[in-house]
Ligand binder design. Structure first.
Ligand SMILES: [Fe+2]
Length: 180
């Protein structure tokens, strides 16, 4: 008899990560429990705040302390829907694609130039970011997309930006939950 059958299963992505990324991964893994809440609105992107008590029912109790300091949003994206370039104020966070494919464009201002990168994010891809991270997220695919977003601490405001030559110029500040 060997002991190999007694070894615990290797951790999944949802359990290996910690913090906002761990919460986003775990909530994405539990999407079958909340996907029925998701709506698609052609006129504008749909967002829904998921109350902490509801999110807690989807998570392992070991993640509840991290959840208590976070805020969870569900988002849907029809083809061609997306955000402007924006940050998340002083909040850090993470998001995971659940359905479809999203494109993320990340922008940072250097001393003499603006650096950009972009990448496609398919289901179960998790991106995490720190405060003042500037990005734009949009659905450039042909299928509707769904994602779950975690912010720590909860969002208070976000700034929108445009690129002006070698500079990143702030174009506005919006109150949490209203327009992203
Ligand atoms: Fe964002």
């Amino acid at each position: 008899m060997t002991s190999s059958t007694l070894l615990p299963a290797p951790p999944t992505d949802a359990t290996r990560r910690t913090g906002a990324a761990g919460l986003a991964a775990a909530l994405a893994a539990a999407s079958s429990s909340w996907l029925e809440l998701v709506e698609f609105h052609p006129a504008s992107r749909w967002t829904r705040h998921l109350p902490t008590a509801d999110a807690a029912t989807l998570l392992d109790p070991s993640q509840h302390p991290e959840l208590a300091a976070a805020e969870v949003w569900l988002l849907s994206w029809l083809p061609e829907q997306g955000t402007p370039l924006h940050d998340h104020g002083t909040s850090a966070g993470a998001f995971s694609v659940v359905r479809g494919t999203l494109t993320e464009r990340v922008v940072s201002a250097g001393r003499t130039s603006v650096r950009e990168s972009s990448h496609e994010l398919g289901p179960n891809r998790v991106r995490h970011f720190g405060p003042h991270y500037v990005h734009q997220v949009f659905n450039s695919g042909e299928e509707p997309a769904v994602s779950v977003h975690v912010y720590t601490p909860g969002l208070s405001w976000m700034n929108s930006y445009r690129i002006d030559g070698a500079r990143l110029v702030r174009t506005g500040t919006e109150r949490a939950g209203v327009d992203w």
